[in-house]
Ligand binder design. Structure first.
Ligand code: 5AD
Ligand code: SF4
Length: 442
């Protein structure tokens, strides 16, 4: 039996897919190269914007032809679109055999088994429940990378930002007990992992649902004791919950990487209020300044939404100004997309598409200048990098990452994959750094 998993969306989804693949592998499934030679095709989907959903729908269209030719193939829609649309998905796409929401992810393997056991007549099940999902058991040895791993510290989200579908498709925030997180990291490190990234929609609010405060910093401190673990990162941080204790941890704990994803979403106070973000532009800027004072040089990344309901040209200019003021490493910029059921969906989506596009491009151009300035700071420095493997663009060269998530391209043997190397930076564009490994190595 062969399974093939397709993934859209965020790092949590990437991790969920890895966990699903691991479970299927443990049950004896092989990996199929394409849907054509698969017995089970799983689509792990994203609902964050309509565009993300549309990609899933068009892929499902193609799978419809496959299902006609090969009715024995089991087509599963999992993840956020499955959770959001539930039974409607099967009404719209008859080729879908099974809909498994985020709430039933841990049961996916069993549900596929039941369905296939029941033969073709068993097709057509929908498994979506309301409660926050349980953690599926993870086969730590089944990973995309031998030396890097994501570790989920929480599921769901309690923030209810006005635009965001996440609390509806992933449920309310549920933090994993710290002991469980630490044990999983230990198991991963025993299996060769050198870098872990703790994942959650709101990692700086980790533990709050369990009545704990400062839980993230405590878990980060515990991870420092794991021998063989070298780098620790975490994403993503809500600016309201990110403060001095986290910044001090970044300064004082030796394995912490100087990287912070701190999504601002907008630079306009009026829009931030409408978005229900819980901080002002000045509070955000003060946090960034405090981060610099405490932790020194940190690579900061952000997310922005342009064209939120009611966003005027002047609101947008405030966002541009924020990007000019914060020396972001990079920003992910999105055009607002109304999501049914969210608070913002009740507001008129009144920024014309053409304006959203123009603002998106304009903000990207400003960020591009910032990214180049950020990367040029590395020229002439020698930095420690973790080698990922051959570069995607030029397989004769290696691609590596710094602790701040800057990409570094250099010449070297593929055997360096998974190794830490010291590289002298000799070139910088807005997207990558390039350089040469220094003789003394890492
Ligand atoms: N429209 C556009 N962008 C959105 N994001 C979340 N919801 C929406 C939406 N409805 C963006 C935010 C978030 C990132 C993952 O996606 O910037 O940080
Ligand atoms: Fe997409 Fe959000 Fe679901 Fe991640 S949690 S897959 S970003 S909808």
């Amino acid at each position: 039996m062969k399974v093939c998993v397709y993934t859209w969306g965020c790092q949590m989804n990437v991790l969920d897919s890895e966990v699903i693949e691991g479970r299927f592998a443990a049950a004896g499934y092989e990996t199929a190269e394409s849907p054509e030679d698969a017995d089970v095709v799983i689509l792990n989907t994203c609902s964050v914007r309509q565009h993300a959903e549309n990609k899933v729908f068009s892929f499902l269209g193609k799978l419809g032809e496959l299902k006609l030719r090969r009715p024995d193939v089991t087509i599963v829609v999992a993840g956020c679109v499955a959770q959001r649309l539930g039974a409607d998905l099967r009404k719209r796409y008859g080729q879908v055999d099974l809909v498994v929401g985020t709430s039933r992810l841990g049961d996916l393997l069993g549900l596929v088994g039941e369905l296939r056991g029941a033969g073709r007549g068993g097709a057509g099940r929908v498994h979506v429940e309301e409660e926050t999902p349980a953690y599926p058991e993870r086969a730590v040895s089944h990973r995309a990378s031998r030396f890097q791993a994501f570790v989920s510290v929480m599921r769901g989200c309690d923030n209810f930002c006005a635009y965001c579908i996440v609390p509806y498709v992933r449920g309310r925030q549920a933090s994993r007990p710290a002991g469980e997180v630490v044990d999983e990291v230990k198991a991963l490190v025993d299996d060769g992992v050198k870098e872990v990234t703790l994942l959650g929609q709101n990692v700086t609010g980790y533990g709050r649902d369990r009545g704990e405060t400062g839980a993230l910093v405590r878990v980060l401190a515990e991870l420092q004791r794991i021998e063989g673990l070298e780098w620790v990162k975490f994403v993503t941080s809500h600016p309201r919950d990110t403060g001095e204790d986290v910044f001090r941890a970044m300064r004082d704990l030796p394995k912490m990487c100087k990287y912070l994803h701190l999504p601002a979403q907008s630079g306009s106070d009026r829009i931030l209020t409408l978005m229900r973000r819980g901080y002002s532009r000045q509070e955000y800027l003060d946090k960034v300044a405090l981060l610099g004072e405490i932790a020194g040089e940190v690579s900061i990344a952000s997310d922005f939404i342009v064209g939120f309901p009611g966003e005027t040209e002047s609101d947008f200019e405030d966002t541009v100004d924020l990007v000019r003021r914060v020396a972001y490493k990079n920003s992910f910029i999105f055009k607002y997309s109304p999501r049914e059921g969210t608070a913002a969906a009740k507001l008129a989506d009144d920024v014309p598409v053409a304006d959203k596009k123009r603002r998106n491009n304009a903000l990207l151009a400003v960020q591009q200048v910032q990214s180049l300035a950020h990367n040029r700071l590395f020229l002439g420095r020698t930095v420690k990098v973790l080698v990922d493997g051959p570069s995607k663009k030029d397989s004769a060269r290696l691609s590596a990452r710094t602790e701040g998530e800057e990409i570094v391209i250099f010449d070297g043997p593929t055997a360096l994959a998974g190794q830490f190397v010291m590289v002298e930076i000799t070139g910088a564009t807005a997207i990558t750094l390039s350089g040469r490994p220094t003789a003394d190595g890492g």
